[in-house]
Write a protein of this length. Structure first.
Length: 573
């Protein structure tokens, strides 16, 4: 007797065969037929797009514009190109063998790398989910429905936050449940994600169009130049800060150079980390294998990543950098300088924190520590600082997207700035929450050795719902900035995935005669080595700057365990 489950499996298999036949027929009908087939079958790339276009990417783009202006537009472009290279590698390996990657890495590459990849992905998911919920809740309260659930609404801040966060949780869990309902559910899921990504792209594209048609316009020559990589920006502030640093005096140049460069590096690392995070590397192969894709779909995978993921990412992040740079770069908020009570407390805290560091650098640790015991004297000392220092501190204050929306009001109108911008931000956060949940389910099923899909996967997805605590843990902070340190944490983990994929693509044990050879292998290796070196350099700085020798010791222990595991694996073979 045939059950409903058997029928669903049969329908799913038939659909995969139909898709495979479509690709084979299109391959013989020319490039336009192939393009049409690829567009029709695209799916995993939209999953990747939905997670890469999240709160982390938005925060990274916002602060790239604040700190570097148009000159840092190249950062996310370079990061997404390297990310696509590595994602193409894991998709090639997975579709060539049909094996689940965790199992394949465990058996053919290195068990420590396999478990490190899985554990790091789950940790990154849980950490990254916190700012996503916080951001989604904040945008509803501040931009979209302030009169209904905002701090000044009848509900009050806490109840409004609780209601919004609860609704977001219900919606995201429901959508993930649909994904696990089978082939039809996956197609509905893909459709919802395409709509969300489309809304995000249109929202931020609309912002830049409005800015370009305003009376001030946009400097398109500077914008075009900003896409040309300039690695010297790792060690020097953006040129636009130079007149202000000079005005502050040569005695304080070292402090301001260090302060701006440190911020610039953090933001660049965050932007790189959120272009392709370690959790995205876990999602892609499983989303493809869940669709029944195999070797015939390898070209489809590359097309999907290059279009459905890379193009929306570059469009959206570039638009946010442009909008942010036009409104905030090398500009001080006069209301902040005038101590206006209308300035959000989080921005005031960021501003005063920078000035306290400026005082400490001048006075020394002991004198500053003594002064800090008397709040009135400390406040007076801050007020006595030169206006040039205050202006620089105000220029690099940690703003958020809500401040950007408010700054756009004179150019675009209040409704456009808050509603259109708010919808884009909400779409980014919600889509990321959905995908973080989905990945968590994949990871937990793999770690427990359970089949992908069904109730085990659905329950595993709930690990990322820990992010619902985000709005309550981070009250009073600049919510967008919180995505930056979480992204720096994610950056430290990314080389685990990149090194693993590099080894996979060169493993005869895993790929057999499907391993690239000749000129193709040379090209693959050059691209992957460059991408891995780029990620490892960024991760090394993240580890050293945040954990110093403790971080180095942790990396050394991990490498030692991996070498021991490989030696035992080789001896047993």
């Amino acid at each position: 007797m045939t059950t409903d489950s058997d029928q669903a499996i049969a329908v799913s298999r038939q659909r995969v065969e139909d898709d495979r036949q479509l690709i084979r027929e299109a391959r013989g009908a020319g490039p336009f037929a192939m393009l049409g087939a690829f567009v029709k079958l695209s799916g995993p790339g939209w999953l990747q797009s939905a997670i890469t276009l999240g709160g982390g990417s938005l925060a990274g783009s916002l602060y790239l514009g604040v700190v570097g202006g148009y000159s840092l537009l190249w950062v996310q472009l370079v990061a997404i190109v390297f990310g696509v290279v590595m994602l193409c590698a894991i998709s090639y390996a997975s579709l060539s063998t049909g094996e689940r990657p965790f199992k394949a890495i465990n058996e053919h590459i290195n068990p420590v790398l396999a478990w490190g990849w899985a554990i790091a992905t789950l940790a990154a998911n849980m950490v990254w989910s916190l700012p996503q919920f916080s951001l989604a809740t904040a945008v509803v309260q501040q931009n979209l429905l302030p009169g209904v659930v905002g701090a000044e609404s009848p509900m009050g801040d806490m109840w409004g936050m609780t209601v919004v966060c609860g609704i977001i949780l219900i919606v995201t869990v429901s959508i993930v449940w649909v994904y696990d309902s089978g082939g039809r559910g996956i197609r509905i899921f893909d459709g919802l994600l395409k709509i969300l990504v489309g809304l995000i792209v249109l929202s931020f594209f609309g912002v830049v169009i409005r800015l370009s048609t305003s009376t001030e316009g946009l400097p398109w020559g500077e914008i075009a130049a900003g896409f040309v990589p300039d690695l010297t920006q790792w060690s020097r502030p953006a040129d636009t800060f130079e007149p202000y640093i000079a005005a502050a005096g040569e005695a304080h140049r070292l402090f301001w150079n260090h302060e701006i460069v440190s911020l610039q590096r953090n933001v660049m690392i965050a932007a790189i980390a959120t272009a392709v995070g370690i959790n995205m590397t876990f999602l892609l192969p499983y989303s493809m294998l869940n669709r029944g894709w195999g070797r015939d779909f390898r070209g489809m995978a590359i097309f999907d990543l290059s279009t459905a993921m890379a193009i929306p990412f570059v469009l959206v992040t570039s638009c946010v950098v442009i909008a942010s740079a036009s409104q905030f770069h090398a500009k001080a908020d006069d209301a902040l300088l005038a101590n206006s009570p209308a300035v959000p407390p989080a921005q005031v805290g960021s501003y005063e924190g920078t000035l306290k560091k400026r005082l400490k650098a001048e006075m020394g640790d002991d004198v500053f520590a003594s002064l800090s015991t008397n709040p009135d004297q400390l406040h007076a000392a801050i007020e006595a600082l030169p206006d040039e220092d205050k202006r620089l501190a105000a220029m690099i204050v940690k703003r958020d997207a809500f401040a950007l929306a408010q700054s756009l009001e004179p150019l675009t109108g209040k409704t456009f700035a808050n509603v259109i911008f708010g919808v884009g931000v909400l779409g980014m956060a919600v889509s990321s929450i959905i995908i973080l949940m989905l990945i968590s389910g994949f990871v937990i099923c793999e770690m427990l050795g359970l089949p992908q899909g069904g109730m085990p996967h659905r329950l595993g997805c709930m690990a990322a719902t820990v992010g619902a605590l985000g709005p309550f843990l981070w009250q009073g902070n600049t919510k967008f900035w919180l995505a930056v340190p979480t992204s720096v944490f994610g950056m430290a983990l990314l080389p685990i995935a990149y090194i693993t994929f590099l080894l996979m693509m060169n493993s005869r044990s895993l790929l057999g005669d499907q391993r690239p050879h000749g000129p193709r292998r040379v090209v693959w290796n050059i691209c992957m080595i460059v991408a891995t070196a780029f990620a490892t350099a960024a991760a090394s700085w993240s580890v050293w700057s945040k954990a110093h020798w403790y971080g180095v010791a942790g990396v050394a222990v991990f490498v030692a365990l991996a070498l021991v595991a490989k030696a035992r694996q080789t001896a047993a073979a």
